[in-house]
Structures are given as structure tokens and as C-alpha cells.
Design a protein around this ligand. Structure first.
Ligand code: SF4
Ligand code: SF4
Length: 375
């Protein structure tokens, strides 16, 4: 919901650096999209010059290519392999340390390793990223089970969203109801036009930053242009899941032959779960130092596509790629509804683009949920 003090104003592109400077003066470390190793990633952003100006991308199953597109825009692309997930739920993190060098002469003592987190301002969050964040907040901050590591990062985060106007061929957020327009979960919202941005604030923190920019109100023609661009972005999406809740169709088709057909192609590499903004499976391990004085306990991302992930009581219960793919999809699109009241898919399309063999969740779900067994 828009803050009562919110104003809808125009920020010329030539003044974008001022937004970054005001955030920095307010104590935030800015994080924004940048080109790194031929893809767009979030990284610490010192200056607007490092944003991916003029870049666009082509995405299709198993393909991602960035190119210079001959425009001046900063955000004329859909998404890179990384969502907000690694900023909050880090790929590998030390949780606690045990030591035999204790102050109170105890034989063993434990110390929690809660991260000290600088306030972060994340520039460029997309609607699908915010939807995924809503799910992770429900998971990591649920009543009675708050994850202190996630919380330490989350409570200091300011989010500056950008409405999507250049969806990739693999995007289907319109069909999941999560985009391309951001409608919640952010402090400031940007709509990019040829010469600048419509900016509006949705929180007190956002209002405080926007007020310092001393901007003019946006014109009606600019608002119309911004609105049309987002509507056209939604209309351009061609992929989609068969329905928002696939729990029953998936349960009805647990023995569909198409699971095996997918398994023949699936490499069990886990790329899909690594890039997915909502996947949160992890494993835990202890790493003792060689002199035996202490040991550090880590949490690191895991994947339901790894054989070891389903190892339990002396056996691996999902020992084939078919069973593992079925677990992933039936959880993500089915039983997630019981856990979180919605699907675990926000339609970002990353698992389609970054699957090395181009397995497409929308196509596979359509075949399996149709019940049609003539594969
Ligand atoms: S399942 Fe695929 S399309 Fe859905 S949120 Fe995860 S990566 Fe994105
Ligand atoms: S579906 Fe694709 S990305 Fe996922 S584990 Fe299989 S091969 Fe890897």
C-alpha cells in the first residue's frame, strides 16, 4: 500500500546518482545489478556508472545472452541468475562454533556467530523477487522459529523495486500473479522511461529518501507511458503454468510416464534449485580445525536433486532423477500451498534459462497435470 506521504515524481536519469548518494549518506551500502562474467548480478554499487546501462538480454530454455541494445536504460532486461536470495540466505554461512577453550572451565562451550550486518539498499528488485522474498520471510521468520541469521540481514534492508518492461522469453510471472508490476514489499518503486524514472515511495524510509531528491511531480503522460509499458510486458509473456494451484492434478499423476521422460534428460545438476529464488533446502556440516581446539558449524545450500539430500536411516529414499524431479515439482507447485498458502513458483523463469538441458517447468507441468499419458 502506498504511504500517506508518498508522492509520484519524476527523476531524470542524469540525477540517478543523487539517489545513490542520498542512500549512502543515510548509512546504506547500495547493492545493484551489474554485469559480471557475461551476466547481470547484484553486487555492491558505488556509482550509477556501474549499472548495466544499454544492456538487454535474450533468454530461452538453456540459453542466456547479454547484448548492447543501443539505448540508455539501466533496467531494460528481466533478470540474471541471482535473485535476492543470496543476500539474505547466503550460499554458505557459519552458524556457531564449539570450542574446548572455555572461560568457565567447562569442557565444551558454544558461541553463536550472528552476522553483523550493514544496512543494505537493494536497487532493482523485480516483482518476482519481492514475491519470493515474501515466501522466504514466511519461512525464515515464522512465529516461534525466527532464523537469527536471516533476520540480521533482513531487518536492515531497504528495497528499491523496478517494474519490469522487458520480460524474457522464459518469464511467466503474469500467470502466477506475481508480476511484472511490483505491488508490495518495497520502500521505493521506479518505473523506467526513456529519459528517467517515475519514483514513488511506499514506506516512511522511502519517503525520507525521496524527499531529499527535491523532484517535480510526474506528468500524466509519463504515468500513462509507464503504465502502458508494464501492461505490454505482461501481454508479451507467452509461457504459463496450467493453474495457480496444481496440488491435486500433481497428486493425481504421481505415476505419469512423463516423470521418467524428464528424468532421461535431467542431469541432477541442481542448477534449477540454485537459481530459484524460493528454494531454501540446505545441509549442515561441522568443520573441526586440525589442532582440535574448535569446530565451526556451517549451513550451506543443498538441492533436492542431490542424491545425498534424501539420505535417511541408511538409505537414499529418492535414488533416481525421476523421483527427485517429482519431489521438486510436487513440493514447489503442490504441497507448498499447505505450507505457505501459495505456490512456491513466482514465475521468474530462471530454472528454465539456467537448466543446461532446457527442461521447462511450465511445459513439464502441463503434460503431467493434463493426465494425458500419450507422451
Ligand atoms: S520454480 Fe523456476 S520459475 Fe518458479 S520461482 Fe523457481 S526458478 Fe523461478
Ligand atoms: S532440471 Fe535441469 S537444472 Fe534442474 S537438476 Fe535437472 S538438468 Fe539440472
Amino acid at each position: 500500500m502506498t504511504n500517506k506521504n508518498s508522492k509520484v515524481e519524476f527523476l531524470p536519469r542524469s540525477h540517478f546518482q543523487e539517489l545513490i548518494e542520498h542512500l549512502q549518506q543515510a548509512g546504506y551500502t547500495c547493492v545493484g545489478p551489474q554485469v559480471h562474467e557475461h551476466a547481470i548480478h547484484y553486487a555492491e554499487l558505488a556509482h550509477a556508472d556501474f549499472l548495466p546501462q544499454g544492456m538487454s538480454e535474450e533468454q530461452s530454455p538453456g540459453q542466456y545472452r547479454l547484448h548492447e541494445a543501443g539505448h540508455d536504460r539501466y533496467f531494460a532486461w528481466a533478470n540474471g541468475p541471482q535473485a535476492l536470495k543470496p543476500l539474505l540466505f547466503t550460499p554458505r554461512e557459519a552458524l556457531w562454533q564449539s570450542s574446548n577453550n572455555c572461560e568457565d572451565n567447562a569442557s565444551l562451550c558454544f558461541k553463536e556467530l550472528i552476522p553483523e550486518q550493514r544496512p543494505l539498499a537493494v536497487i532493482g528488485a523485480r516483482a518476482c523477487d519481492l514475491a519470493a522474498l515474501y515466501i522466504h520471510d514466511k519461512h525464515f521468520l515464522q512465529h516461534g522459529y525466527r532464523d537469527p541469521y536471516y533476520l540480521a540481514r533482513r531487518k536492515n534492508m531497504l528495497l528499491i523495486a523496478v517494474n519490469c518492461t522487458h520480460p524474457a522469453d522464459t518469464c511467466f510471472c503474469a500467470s502466477t500473479g506475481d508480476g511484472p508490476r511490483a505491488t508490495y514489499g518495497y520502500d521505493l518503486l521506479l518505473n523506467e522511461l526513456d529519459d528517467g524514472f517515475i519514483i514513488e515511495s511506499h514506506s516512511e524510509k522511502g519517503v525520507a529518501i525521496q524527499t531529499q531528491l527535491n523532484l517535480q511531480a510526474a506528468e500524466a503522460s509519463q504515468l500513462e507511458q509507464a503504465n502502458d509499458a508494464v501492461e505490454q510486458a505482461a501481454a508479451r509473456q507467452t509461457r504459463g503454468l496450467p493453474a495457480q494451484n496444481l496440488s491435486q492434478p500433481l497428486l493425481d499423476n504421481l505415476h505419469h510416464p512423463h516423470w521418467e521422460e524428464v528424468a532421461q534428460r535431467c542431469l541432477s545438476c541442481g542448477n534449477c534449485t540454485a537459481v530459484c529464488p524460493t528454494c531454501f533446502c540446505h545441509s549442515e556440516l561441522d568443520e573441526p580445525v586440525l589442532d582440535g581446539s574448535h569446530s565451526v558449524h556451517y549451513r550451506q545450500w543443498d538441492s533436492c536433486f542431490c542424491q545425498k539430500h534424501s539420505y535417511i536411516h541408511g538409505m537414499t529414499i529418492r535414488d533416481t532423477a525421476g523421483l527427485r524431479y517429482r519431489q521438486w515439482m510436487t513440493h514447489k507447485l503442490g504441497s507448498w500451498h499447505e505450507q505457505f498458502g501459495r505456490s512456491g513458483c513466482v514465475g521468474c523463469g530462471r530454472c528454465i534459462t539456467w537448466c543446461p538441458v532446457g527442461i521447462d517447468i511450465t511445459e513439464e507441468a502441463k503434460v503431467i497435470c493434463s493426465g494425458d499419458q500419450h507422451d
